[in-house]
Design a protein around this ligand. Structure first.
Ligand code: C5P
Length: 358
């Protein structure tokens, strides 16, 4: 993968998206697994703090590898972060929002079934589209807007399962869970678009941007430990109930965060949402085997809608493209055929040039 998003091959972009879907699926299942199956519960704020620290260490390790040595890595940090306090300050915004989002997700997943949390959380796709339009000046066609809402409907079909909802754990508070998901949705959309804007515009290395961000997220999450769970930490210890499964969860969560940053740089926050939709389908199938979650016709219908939405978002249909309709109504026959091919070629060019300018 090269520094400029415009020179990244579609295969590499797809590989990052597929990797993100896969890691997200495992991550969400592991959160559920570690919270529900174990009688001893780890303290969630310490888990978030640990995960953010691991991200910092991994990002630093990658920067050392990329700079071919620790001294040149430190030199890059000095030039791009230490000497540019404003750029470091800018990264505080998504950091605090992401720290809040992470804590909300832990609360939501402890109070809702994974599928319910995941369905509601997918409102982040239309929310991301909304933030992209507002903050980045992106323009989406009606077709793409429809696809954003369609993927949400498809996910609801995949996850809707009244029989499994009846078996909700008595320790779960649905209202708290739903409230936490809504906060997480807006945090996700805003922080994702904010980070995307910075990494596409600035020349700073993505790993330095990540280091700047993780410095803030680690600090914010440590403050959360101190303000929320200090007495529990004093009583049980910071690493209370950290089983090997919890450590795996934290490592996967951290690596996934780094992959998300690549997706935001080389693809975008809306496409990231579509990739996450695939992980919902995969985790639903996995939940069936791991937690005896009932899957039925809804999965099939929902998957079809999701696939349709992905195609609708990525492949403009001539009949729904307003630009196309305006010009096409004035043409017939061979002119129409010619226009069809030109329109699709233009779309590709638009995507490529938009990428290279990001
Ligand atoms: O749910 P959503 O897709 O918004 O979650 C994105 C996740 O990626 C967040 O948990 C955030 O902490 C993480 N992330 C990261 N590094 C970035 C951007 C996002 O770890 N540069």
């Amino acid at each position: 993968m090269t520094a400029q998003s415009g020179t990244v091959s579609p295969t590499a972009k797809l590989a990052v998206l597929v990797l993100m879907s896969f890691m997200t699926t495992i991550y969400l299942i592991l959160i559920r697994w570690t919270r529900i199956t174990s009688s001893e519960k780890y303290i969630t704020t310490t888990a978030v703090a640990m995960q953010e620290s691991l991200k910092f260490m991994f990002a630093f390790a990658i920067l050392i590898w990329e700079s071919k040595g620790i001294s040149s890595a430190l030199h890059t940090i000095k030039l791009e972060a230490y000497d540019q306090p404003m750029s470091t300050l800018k990264m505080a915004v998504p950091s605090v929002v992401y720290a809040l989002q992470n804590n909300m997700n832990f609360i939501a997943l402890s109070n809702l079934d994974v599928p319910v949390q995941q369905v509601l959380y997918q409102l982040k796709i239309p929310a991301a589209a909304f933030c992209s339009v507002l903050l980045m000046g992106k323009s989406l066609s009606y077709q793409q807007w429809s696809a954003c809402f369609m993927v949400f409907a498809g996910l609801a079909m995949v996850e809707y399962n009244p029989s499994s909802a009846a078996g909700t754990n008595s320790n779960q508070n649905v209202l708290v869970g739903v409230g936490a998901v809504f906060v997480a949705v807006f945090c996700s959309a805003f922080a994702g678009v904010y980070f995307e804007k910075i990494v596409k515009k600035d020349e700073t290395s993505i790993w330095v941007c990540n280091l700047q961000m993780y410095m803030w997220t680690t600090s914010a999450s440590i403050i959360a430990v101190l303000t929320k769970d200090l007495s529990a930490v004093n009583e049980y210890g910071f690493f209370y109930a950290y089983s090997p499964a919890v450590w795996v969860l934290l490592v996967i969560g951290s690596v996934n965060g780094l992959i998300v940053s690549l997706v935001l740089k080389y693809a975008d926050n809306i496409v990231k949402g579509f990739a996450a939709a695939i992980s919902i389908v995969l985790s639903t199938i996995a939940s069936h085997f791991l937690f005896q979650y009932d899957v039925g016709l809804g999965l099939l219908v929902g998957c079809t809608i999701i696939c349709g939405a992905i195609c609708l978002y990525c492949l403009p249909l001539p009949c729904l493209d307003s630009k196309f309709v305006t010009v096409a109504t004035k043409m017939t026959g061979s002119q129409y055929d010619q226009l069809t091919s030109v329109t699709f070629a233009d779309e590709d060019d638009e995507i490529n040039s938009a990428d290279s300018t990001k």
